[in-house]
Design a protein around this ligand. Sequence first.
Ligand SMILES: [Cu+2]
Length: 246
Amino acid sequence: MSGVNTLNSDDNRTRRTAQQPGVASLRSMLKGIPACRWWAALSWAWLVTAAIMISGCERGGAVGSAGSSGGGASSGFTAIDITGASYATRLELPDPSGQLRRLDEFKGKVVVVFFGYTQCPDVCPATLAELAAVRKALGADGARVQPVFVSVDPPRDTPEVLKAYAQAFGDDVVALRGDEAQTKAAAQEFKVFFSKVPGKTPDTYTIDHTAGSYVFDTQGRVRLFMRHGQPAAAIEADLRRLLAAS
Ligand SMILES: [Cu+2]
């Protein structure tokens, strides 16, 4: 095996049905667990309880068909090493100003691509805030890490909303927003799952979506899939490693 992992979309998603009490404390409980897999919860009594309490188990982990321990000792990364993957290779979507952006333009930087939506109650803001903190911790090298946020909710993530949201996590965070077909195509290319969960009113839906991030090296090659919940120190170490290799 080349060490290339195939992400299983069924094992690579998060579900949020509403803002629930106790989510933060549960997240800290879940920290360190590579993935909160709903079937695993069947056998883990305490996870069943957790799943009921948050009414939406984080399914943020991706399982590879090979080496699913997540990179680890073999690759030196904490994230899943997907170097050489045939997916997540292209991304071309408009930014809020309508300008078409492509991954190639970020060559020389380590790019972190995350799919989400601005009304996400926790996974999206937590991921973007953590990445902002990691960039800060990287010091001058932080500017060589480029966050790219792809909306899976173009109807509500209007260009204005999306722009303001992205800027809250850094002036240079790139937010992308396609139409429905473009969004679907991009998600498919990245093996990203997203699905609307109806709310009380037509406008208050939430969206289940893949909670991990894709990391590209300075040459623009996809290298890692970082699961939601990877500790900040491990994210920093992985990014440092990619930055140093350039
Ligand atoms: Cu989210």
